[in-house]
Design a protein around this ligand. Structure first.
Ligand code: QAP
Ligand code: CO
Length: 209
C-alpha cells in the first residue's frame, strides 16, 4: 500500500515535501492583494454635471478601515470601466476625501489618495486640455500648476508624499478640486459653462426619453 504510486512514499517524506508549499501560499502574491486586481467589484454610478451633489464638500476619512477598503476597488473599477484617468469619491456621491488615479499607458498603476493635502504647488502654471467623467464629451483648457507636492494616505492608511508633474500633477489638482465641490467647467467663462450645462441637460433628457 504505502509504496504504491497513488500514495507515494511514506508519510514522513510526504510531510517534508509538502510543508514548504503550504507555507508559501499563506501569503498571497502582491497582485492578488492589490485592490485593483479584485474580481468584478460592483460599479458605482457617476454623477453628471450639473448635478448639485457635485458641489458638496467632502469630509476627511477618520480611519482607513474595511469600509473604506471596500470602496477603493469599486472606484477603480468604475474609473477603468469609463476609461478615465482619475475619479474622486464626490463623483460617485460619496462625500469623503478619497481619490483614485491611473495615468499609466498600460492602466496598471492605480494610485489611491486619502485625505490629500497640497503641500506645495509650483508658481509656474500651464494651460492644458481637461475633461471629466462627470462632464462627458466636453474638453477645454484650464490653467494649473505644472508641479505639485501632495501628502496623502494610501490604501493601506500609510502616509505618503507624492511629487508630481505633467499629467499626474494636473489630474491630482483636478480631483482635489472635486473634493472641494469644484468641477473644472467652473474655471471657464459663464457663457461656456452655461452652454455646457444646457448641452448636458439636453443629453440627459434624451437618454431618459
Ligand atoms: C481628469 O478625467 C483629468 O468626456 C480625469 O467621454 C482630465 O478621466 C485630468 C473621460 C484631463 C487631467 C487631464 C472624459 C472619458 C475621462 C470624457 C477623466 C469621456 C470619456 C475623463
Ligand atoms: Co473630474
Amino acid at each position: 500500500m504505502r509504496s504504491s504510486p497513488v500514495y507515494g512514499n511514506d508519510i514522513a517524506t510526504c510531510r517534508l515535501r509538502a510543508a514548504p508549499k503550504v507555507a508559501k501560499i499563506t501569503t498571497l502574491p502582491a497582485i492578488l492583494r492589490c485592490p485593483a486586481a479584485m474580481n468584478n467589484p460592483e460599479l458605482l454610478t457617476i454623477l453628471r454635471y450639473p448635478d448639485p451633489r457635485l458641489h458638496k464638500v467632502a469630509q476627511p476619512i477618520a480611519h482607513v478601515d474595511d469600509r473604506v477598503r471596500a470602496i477603493i476597488p469599486r472606484m477603480l473599477a468604475t474609473m477603468y470601466d469609463a476609461n478615465g484617468i482619475g475619479l474622486a469619491a464626490t463623483q460617485v456621491d460619496i462625500h469623503e476625501r478619497l481619490i483614485v488615479i491611473d495615468v499609466s499607458e498600460e492602466r496598471d498603476q492605480p494610485l489611491v489618495l486619502i485625505n490629500p493635502e497640497l503641500e506645495w504647488a509650483s508658481e509656474e502654471t500651464r494651460k492644458g486640455e481637461e475633461g471629466c467623467l462627470s462632464v462627458p464629451g466636453i474638453y477645454d483648457g484650464v490653467d494649473r500648476a505644472v508641479a505639485v507636492r501632495v501628502r496623502a494616505l494610501d490604501g493601506d492608511g500609510k502616509s505618503r508624499v507624492i511629487e508630481a508633474e505633467g499629467l499626474l500633477a494636473v489630474c491630482i489638482q483636478h480631483e482635489m478640486d472635486h473634493l472641494m465641490g469644484k468641477v473644472f467647467v467652473e474655471y471657464l467663462s459663464p457663457l461656456k459653462r452655461n452652454r455646457i450645462k444646457t448641452k448636458l441637460q439636453k443629453a440627459e433628457r434624451a437618454a431618459h426619453a
